[in-house]
Design a protein around this ligand. Structure first.
Ligand SMILES: Nc1ncnc2c1ncn2[C@@H]1O[C@H](COP(=O)(O)OP(=O)(O)OP(=O)(O)O)[C@@H](O)[C@H]1O
Ligand SMILES: [Mg+2]
Length: 137
């Protein structure tokens, strides 16, 4: 069994990662952590490139923190860092290409509007995923 945990770069709690790691440990499954640095559309200027660097750095830090959460649950995960405008595309593509059995993610990020029950990335992944999706609350 292969589990893909989607790591929100703005998340510091990493509850979905904790759940995914606990499940991987119990099932003897392979766990991969995927974090997509969300770049802005206009990257023509040098300013855009610097913003991208900072966002990649933040995503790398989030992956490191998520890995620590996985290790605390007794699992060493693979890590995947991507940059792009639409995180959902990378998550769905990674699940397809890697033949994952399950995607684990959160309901909302930190920056998301509180009135929304489900963030847009979660919504799109649930709609487009090639496998089951566990949305952790
Ligand atoms: N950049 C990302 N890389 C990897 N996973 C992500 C990323 N963004 C969101 N996710 C996954 O999607 C879950 C829900 O976040 P989502 O982005 O849908 O909510 P939101 O931030 O509240 O909404 P929105 O982004 O639409 O404002 C996160 O807990 C995480 O599992
Ligand atoms: Mg979001």
């Amino acid at each position: 069994m292969k589990i893909l945990a989607a790591v929100d770069p703005s998340d510091t709690m990493h509850l979905p990662v904790k759940r995914a790691a606990e499940m991987a440990k119990k099932e003897g499954a392979e766990l991969t952590l995927l974090c997509v640095a969300e770049v802005v559309e206009d990257l023509e200027t040098g300013y855009g490139a610097r913003v991208t660097d900072a966002l990649r750095e933040r995503a790398a830090k989030a992956l490191g923190a998520a890995q620590a959460v996985a290790k605390a649950a007794g699992v060493t995960a693979k890590e995947q860092l991507e940059s792009g405008v639409s995180p959902e595309d990378f998550i769905v593509d990674a699940a397809k290409k890697g033949h994952f059995d399950l995607i684990v993610m959160g309901t909302r990020g930190k920056k998301g509007a509180a009135r929304l029950l489900l963030g847009s990335v979660a919504h799109k992944v649930i709609t487009l995923a090639p496998c089951s999706v566990l949305v952790v609350r």
